[in-house]
Design a protein around this ligand. Structure first.
Ligand code: NAP
Length: 283
């Protein structure tokens, strides 16, 4: 369906051609029979402010933001919700009249992806590799899930220390910053190890980490989803760890965004999983 009064949303990134979001939201738009379009919007960093400010006049309900705009967008929105504030990044903008609200649905997406994989509660502490925007969302998600101790390691240790300081605002959370090379010395008693770095992604360097220090029941999760079964997850599965793939986070972060723009809560179905896997060249 189309027409003059079609509802509009999209994803701003630079580049944005790789994004699966148009496929994902397009699936739900068709399924809900909406007169709506979700479009990729290639916006360079220097044009971000003007592009965001034009959304109300262009009739957009909102947009998603992807690399490199998630942090820069904070200064262009009128309101910032609690999660985005604490995470320090915006992945969803909702337009209401002339006001732009910045939200962060990555935390909710990550928590849902764990729940969908049958991980309701993390026993013990969590180990997070990486300290970028996604790591911030995951710290927030784990805190919401009741995790009270996190070991954080990042190539640039200073960035992990800044994240640990910012996360003190959450209250009741102890973050231990570890040397990257020694992080698995904290493996005993960990209930979760999650990779939030770009390592292991197709075209990037491998994530070189020795899982031997990890308790057998620890869940291993990777938010990289190209490939779906990253070398980290393959190694973890071979050792018998429960594993959680990154595609679930992508699917579930989109649910609250779609609902905010279009007023209907979409479902993450096996058919949608399959559609995205096929788009990634996976079976
Ligand atoms: P970001 O803010 O740019 O952070 C990148 C992180 O990766 C930093 O911790 C960085 O360490 C680390 N890193 C990059 N290259 C590295 C290398 N060669 N060696 C060691 N560490 C390296 O990006 P982000 O938004 O957090 O995203 C991180 C990853 O998560 C990306 O692969 C992204 O596609 C994925 N992601 C997935 C989802 C999902 O829905 N599944 C959602 C968001 C992001 P330094 O600080 O030392 O540079």
């Amino acid at each position: 369906m189309s027409g003059n009064n079609a509802l509009l949303a999209g994803v701003m990134g630079w580049p944005v051609g790789h994004s699966l979001s148009p496929l994902l939201h397009g699936h739900w738009i068709a399924g809900h029979g909406l007169n709506a379009h979700y479009v990729p919007l290639p916006v360079s960093p220097e044009n971000l402010g003007r592009a965001l400010q034009a959304l109300p006049d262009l009739g957009f309900r909102g947009v998603n933001l992807t690399i490199p705009h998630k942090e820069a967008a904070l200064k262009w929105v009128n309101d910032i919700d609690g999660a985005a504030q604490l995470i320090g990044a915006v992945n969803t903008i909702v337009v209401d009249g002339r006001r732009l609200t910045g939200r962060n649905t990555d935390a909710e997406g990550y928590a849902q992806s764990l729940a969908e994989a049958g991980v309701g509660k993390i026993a013990g502490h969590a180990i997070i590799l990486g300290a970028g925007g996604a790591a911030r969302a995951i710290v927030y998600a784990l805190h919401q899930m009741g995790v009270r101790e996190i070991v954080l390691a990042n190539r640039t240790q200073e960035r992990a220390e800044v994240l640990a300081r910012d996360a003190a605002k959450l209250g009741g959370l102890n973050i231990v910053v570890s040397d990257w090379a020694k992080v698995l010395q904290h493996g005993r008693g960990a209930g979760l190890l999650v990779n939030t770095t770009a390592l292991g992604m197709t075209g990037q360097d491998a994530l070189d980490i020795e899982l031997a220090g990890l308790d057998p029941g620890a869940v291993v999760s990777d938010i990289v989803y190209r490939p779906l079964r990253t070398p980290l997850l393959a190694a973890a599965a071979a050792r018998g760890h429960p594993v959680v793939e990154g595609l679930g986070m992508l699917l579930h972060q989109a649910v609250p965004a779609f609902e905010a723009w279009f007023g209907a809560r979409p479902r993450v179905t096996p058919e949608l999983w399959q559609k995205l896997k096929s788009a990634l060249g996976e079976r």
